[in-house]
Design a protein around this ligand. Structure first.
Ligand code: ADP
Length: 188
């Protein structure tokens, strides 16, 4: 869909968050051209808030980044913006899109990457317990939750565009995806 001109969308800054492997990058590619995509790590690096953790991997100082963005983002963007990153919901955005996928789907997708087993397990567990929602409980802005294990990138794009063109209504999913509940209700 790159370069396409689409429906008129509200001028908001959106976070695209979710456990690694839920499809944030893939959905961003689909939405490219319809909204302005910003990668959270690149944004952090540009602003000087990407450091090294003890293990030598890059870590975003999300608090520092948020503090300067509150001022920089005090007026609406010229084009609808989407910040792709698993910590993007902690930035001063106007609304949040959270991607979910069944832990078994995440497990399979992350095994295709050169992630260590422990890192895969950590992410699978985080998704299993609904970790992404734990950090959203206190947040009082519209949230759209989508399952990338069920919807393909094209269907996800349609859902996002519909939600945005309805001014982010409904403000919350009727029911949050709960994998543990899902597993408990199945006969094994
Ligand atoms: P993230 O950026 O959240 O870590 P990616 O966008 O890299 O996730 O997607 C992880 C993997 O899942 C990729 O192989 C991608 O092609 C696949 N994928 C992403 N979204 C979907 C989808 N909606 N349906 C099926 N596969 C998907």
């Amino acid at each position: 869909m790159s370069g396409a001109s689409g429906p008129e969308l509200p001028l908001l800054r959106l976070a695209l968050t979710g456990t690694p492997g839920t499809g944030k990058t893939r959905l961003s590619e689909e939405l490219q051209g319809l909204v302005e995509i910003q990668n959270q790590s690149i944004l952090a690096e540009t602003k000087g808030f990407l450091g090294q953790d003890d293990g030598g991997s890059k870590e975003i100082d999300v608090e520092g980044l948020s503090t300067i963005l509150v001022e920089e983002w005090s007026s609406p963007p010229e084009k609808t913006q989407l910040i792709d990153g698993h910590l993007s919901h902690l930035l001063p955005v106007d609304a949040i899109i959270i991607l979910r996928a069944h832990p078994l789907v995440i497990d399979a997708r992350l095994h295709l990457r050169d992630y260590e087993e422990q890192k895969i397990l950590d992410n699978v567990e985080w998704e299993m317990i609904g970790g992404p929602w734990l950090e959203l409980e206190e947040i009082d802005i519209p949230i759209l939750e989508l399952d990338s294990g069920v919807l393909d990138p094209n269907e996800l794009t349609t859902e996002v565009l519909n939600w945005l063109s309805q001014d982010c209504a409904p403000e919350r999913p009727a029911e949050i995806l709960d994998w543990l509940d899902d597993m408990a209700s199945k006969d094994w």
